[in-house]
Design a protein around this ligand. Structure first.
Ligand code: OXD
Ligand code: MN
Length: 592
């Protein structure tokens, strides 16, 4: 399929190491995709769902010890340890190659090695990056066909160039003690061994489009971010695009596919989905920032997806979707907790065991049928609100960048930062409360700068400096805002209704960027002044509204102390701009 010598040489080396029985090149054709599905069904790696209910849909179950990204086994392998920084695991490249080679050696005997040429971003776009993933998993191939531009056109696009990411993945024995997810940014290489779980093995996604891409973005002068991208169309037909970063379990996919409530719909507001997870952002010749979603699919969390939280996601996954680790019924249907409809009378749980509603463990806790991190993989073009601009090679222009987290106290519903530098500080100190979806103490606050803590491929202090420097070059910077949908009242209930109603805060944000909405200055930023955020039709008491926008000086003093502690780990490398912002923050409170 190619005469690219660098590529052929690299494949030959991987072949010698892993010793597959045969090599199959993925051409991106429908026929080959069907053949691979059939092969997966015949070996039991995949199951076919009821085709009348779920046309084109497939089921897959991963090993029970392999159901989430393994951050503790994920490494940045740079020559110098300081280049990985204090928030990443680091391994010297030579050690990393040696250790992983032991696990890869001979691991594909009796198996096929698939060669997947793929592009993150539409081929030919100035944003795009080409990768080749070698894998022994049909499941990975089928997911990559949904999640990326892939097939023989990408090889043609690559030609004889050696400018491609070398991704090697092998399931090996899926023993967690012999699992490694290794990134070699200096070699443009990723090695992933011992896992079959999406985030560890779909190498275009977190490994390339965030960890390696953030490294390249630093070198080349752009941004690779863990952000959704969406467009909001107003009654005059003007569309403003925003990019938003939230840590996991804060509803990025739901926000990207939001359906406005009747009060807004009837006026002519609508939302356009561009991406739900990753944004590559460049400075355009017009002085604005332009953002592109480098993926072609959604890899979303199933539990909690229902017709209230996200009707568009339900419509997106009706066909041609891969379901992983949800509950499977005997008649080829799928189900998950907090989904649609009643649970089936019985089924096979994500871990392969028989399941029925009401099942509890020895301590009386309900046993879920679907793994809390069970997933759907679906093509973005099936989303009813997909933007016609989603694969525009130029991207879309950004009016605003939003940071957010899950905070039951502290952060108001929405506020605008004072400047790019203050916005970067706000992103750098972003935090969220730990939920059942993560390991750790429930409710404890975890700092997750720009939602990039697990995904920044270099020293995070340098990443902050890069954001600050980048801002200086933008003639027309987008506004930077912070939102918090999760504030609670004294009784522990969410104050804000969330979901579609979030359009109200987004609309205020867009109006602010156009100079059309009023705001009140507080020490943390601008909050909407009374009456400026449209609350028509919401059942919110005056007290609730006051609580939503409250800025409590005591809580913020404690927060600032915690920012300081968090920053200490970066030592001298922390950029001066963030130190200055910290100081300015304290002074604003002292004066207020
Ligand atoms: C994801 C994640 O899967 O952030 O998108 O973990
Ligand atoms: Mn993500």
């Amino acid at each position: 399929m190619t005469s690219n010598r660098t590529l052929l040489q690299w494949i030959a080396e991987a072949q010698e190491l892993c010793q597959p029985d045969r090599i199959v090149w993925i051409d991106g054709s429908r026929e080959q995709q069907r053949q691979l599905e059939e092969e997966g069904f015949s070996t039991g790696e995949l199951s076919r769902l009821d085709q009348s209910k779920w046309p084109g849909c497939i089921y897959h179950r991963t090993a029970v010890n392999d159901v989430a990204r393994t951050e503790d086994l994920t490494y940045i392998c740079t020559s110098k340890k300081e280049d990985a920084g204090p928030t990443n695991n680091w391994m010297a490249p030579a050690d990393a190659y040696r250790r992983a080679s032991e696990y890869f050696r001979g691991s594909m005997k009796g198996r096929t090695m698939y060669v997947i040429p793929f592009s993150m971003g539409p081929p030919g776009s100035p944003f795009s990056k080409i990768g080749i993933e070698l894998t022994d998993s049909i499941y990975v191939v089928l997911n990559m066909l949904i999640m990326t531009h892939s097939g023989k056109e990408i090889l043609e696009e690559l030609g004889d160039s050696d400018d491609f990411t070398r991704g090697l993945h092998g399931k090996a024995d899926r023993d967690p003690s012999r699992r490694l997810i290794l990134h070699f940014p200096e070699d443009n290489t990723i090695w992933s061994v011992g896992s079959g779980y999406g985030g560890n093995v779909l190498l275009g996604k977190k490994c390339l489009a965030l960890r390696l891409a953030s490294w390249f973005a630093h070198k080349e002068g752009w941004l690779a971010e863990h952000m959704l991208i969406m467009g909001i169309e107003d009654p005059r037909g003007r569309i403003d695009y925003i990019a938003a970063a939230f840590p996991s379990a804060c509803g990025k996919t739901n926000l990207a596919m939001l359906i406005p409530p009747e009060h807004f719909r009837s006026q002519g507001y609508r939302v356009w989905t561009v991406g739900d997870d990753i944004a590559w952002i460049r400075l355009g010749e017009d002085g604005r920032l332009w953002a592109l979603n480098p993926e072609t699919g959604f890899f979303g969390v199933a539990p909690g997806t229902n017709s209230r939280s996200n009707p568009n996601a339900l419509a997106t996954i009706r066909r041609n979707t891969i379901f992983t680790n949800v509950l499977l019924t005997e008649d080829g249907d799928v189900w998950w907790e907090d989904g649609e409809g009643e649970p089936p009378a019985s089924g096979i749980a994500w871990d392969g065991r028989p399941w029925r509603p009401g099942l509890t463990d020895a301590s009386g806790k309900p046993i879920p049928g679907a793994n809390p991190n069970s997933r759907f993989t679906a093509p973005v073009v099936q989303c009813p609100t997909i933007s016609p601009e989603w694969d525009n090679p130029r991207g879309v222009p950004l009016s605003a960048i939003i940071f957010g987290g899950r905070r039951s106290r502290l952060a108001p519903l929405v506020y605008e930062t004072f400047s790019w530098q203050h916005g970067v500080y706000t992103g750098a100190t972003m935090a969220s409360e730990i939920t059942a979806a993560q390991y750790g103490d429930q409710g404890a606050v975890r700092r997750d700068p720009m939602a990039m803590l697990p995904f920044c491929g270099y020293n995070m202090a340098d990443y902050f400096a890069h954001w600050l420097d980048f801002g200086k070059k933008i003639a027309k910077p987008p506004g930077i805002f912070h939102v918090n949908w999760f504030k609670k009242d004294e009784a522990g209930r969410f104050i804000w209704p969330g979901f579609g109603e979030n359009i109200r805060a987004l609309n205020w944000i867009i109006q602010r960027t156009r100079g059309e909405a009023g705001a009140k200055r507080t020490p943390i930023g601008f909050v909407p002044s009374t009456g400026e955020l449209d609350l028509t039709g919401l059942d919110l008491s005056e007290k609730a509204v006051a609580e939503l926008f409250a800025v409590d000086p005591q809580d913020w003093q404690e927060e600032l102390d915690d920012h300081k502690r968090f920053f200490e780990q970066f030592g001298e490398r922390l950029p001066q701009g963030l130190r200055d912002e910290h100081q300015a923050f304290r002074e604003r409170f002292a004066r207020s």
